[in-house]
Write a protein that binds this ligand. Sequence first.
Ligand SMILES: [Zn+2]
Ligand SMILES: [Zn+2]
Length: 331
Amino acid sequence: MPTPVLERDDVLIRVKAAAICGSDVERIHCRTASTVTPVIIGHEFSGVVEKVGENVVRWRPGDRVVSENTGYVCGECHACRSGKFLNCPERKLIGGKVDGGFAEFVRIPGEVLRIYPQSLRRLPDNLTFEEGAILEPSANAYYAVIQEGGLQLGHNLVVFGPGAIGLFIVAWAKLAGAARIVLVGGNANRLECGKRLGADSIVNYRETPGVAKAIESAIGRDQADLIVDASSGGDVLADAIAVSRPLGRIVKVGWTGRQPVNLDPAMRKGLEIVGHLGYDTESWDRVLRLAGLGRLDYRQFISEAFPLGQWREAFRGMEERRFLRAIFNSF
Ligand SMILES: [Zn+2]
Ligand SMILES: [Zn+2]
């Protein structure tokens, strides 16, 4: 690909590390509506500012940065006016509808930097670029469990789906003082990883016929204060509703399953079901602060690094779920 041409307000990033997200596996099969073709995918990336347009004052060549991957927002809708840019219906993802991080260079459009300057962030000095590339899923997890979930010291938490976001949720919840954390999934390796990160009980649904029963026997009946569904396409909402305590909260991170769900039991319990998307500026502020303090060891989430030329191998490992996050680190 040719190096992007810079307009006056644009910033050009030399990519140093870019992680493959589960959604990128969907993207290379053209199974997602958030992507146009042709496009360079890759929305979890970090790098160094290579060059800036003549109007740019905030960034300089050599700055270490991580993108929060917004490539376009309208700046006028309710979400934009509230600073919740991820919910802008016009939002375009860098690596979805705007060229992204699986390349030597990424152009951050000046238009988005004007409306949403915090879409490009400084990478803390103590983090490697590889670690920087996975700040994005960690911000996503932080938003889900701490901000939307409202997790409090002493809460019991149930997490469905031990993918990268689910595992970051476990790690943040442990740091935030959750009482008991139950992690539910079907991949034994990832469940073990969840245990190392702080899950007190794991439930493998492939080996456990009644997931709701197993959760109850781990923490007791009506003891789940907060449930985060971070599973991909799993039909877990019915189980989440069944195990939630009355007046509990369910945060829906994973895109929904195919089965219709009866919401009547949720009404009887007075549950809140919160729709989740991404993160906001506050999530990034706090995650960058914690990462800068070294509170979370990001290396635990990186499975393997590849040069971009070996993308088939990297994607294969992601698709077969052998890798949690594969990273490209040379381009
Ligand atoms: Zn992603
Ligand atoms: Zn908008």
